[in-house]
Write a protein that binds this ligand. Structure first.
Ligand code: ATP
Length: 202
């Protein structure tokens, strides 16, 4: 029987924006995934000391952004686990929960892909899942270098995918909100409404 193909989109999602959604959709379509799980980090290990919005708000925004897509859903697996959210622990837990009938595709933006070498237990993680790294014309080289860094395993398990990676970041969105500038069209409308209602990022 063919394995179920599960995408994993990890992030801080502070807030989630269309940059995240566009790459998730590109990987979903190209890799014929059955499902994409968005997993908000409880405490991101690569952002120590950085203040992030409470996990529950980030979770709700991620649900609001993905609810209209039949194959996208949100997992609270990292929010239920105290301490830093290491992807290795998450993928191991998902493997246990979902069994061997699944194949995992971890979705990364270029920035995250470049940092892969610093991830906790990355070698073991490469045994558990594929990585699909979103690239755009100017960033393909950086991702190729990361693949080389991991040798044969990198060639077999890290896949670059040319996507419409957008020049949008959550950092820029938070700044825009703080300074009263527009975020229309760079966030789903429901997420923008939720941010307003809850007074986030002011
Ligand atoms: P921040 O600005 O707060 O660092 P971010 O916008 O980079 O946040 P994260 O939640 O840290 O968002 O990112 C989650 C994942 O989404 C990472 O793999 C990241 O590389 C990817 N990503 C973020 N922004 C984009 C974008 N505009 N296009 C493609 N991928 C992106």
């Amino acid at each position: 029987m063919e394995k179920r193909r599960i995408g994993i989109m990890g992030g801080t999602f502070d807030p989630i924006h269309i940059g995240h959604l566009v790459i998730a959709e590109a990987v979903y379509e190209t890799y014929r995934l059955d499902k994409v799980l968005f997993i908000p980090a409880s405490s991101p290990p690569h952002k120590p000391g950085v203040k992030v919005a409470p996990a529950l708000h980030r979770y709700v925004m991620t649900v609001l952004a993905t609810v209209g897509h039949p194959a996208f859903s949100v997992s609270d697996i990292e929010m239920r686990r105290p301490g830093p959210s290491y992807s290795y622990d998450t993928v191991r837990a998902l493997r246990q929960e979902m069994g061997d009938g699944c194949e995992f595709f971890f979705i990364l933006g270029t920035d995250a892909a470049k940092e892969l070498g610093t991830w906790n237990n990355v070698d073991e993680l490469l045994d558990l899942c594929h990585f699909v790294a979103a690239t755009r014309p100017g960033t393909q080289r950086a991702v190729d270098d990361v693949i080389k860094q991991f040798g044969e395993k990198g060639q077999a398990k890290i896949h670059p995918l040319s996507t419409p990676e957008l020049a949008i970041s959550a950092t820029d969105i938070r700044k825009r909100i703080q300074t009263g500038r527009s975020v229309r069209f760079i966030l789903p409308e429901q997420v923008e409404a939720y941010i307003k209602k809850e007074g986030l990022y002011r």
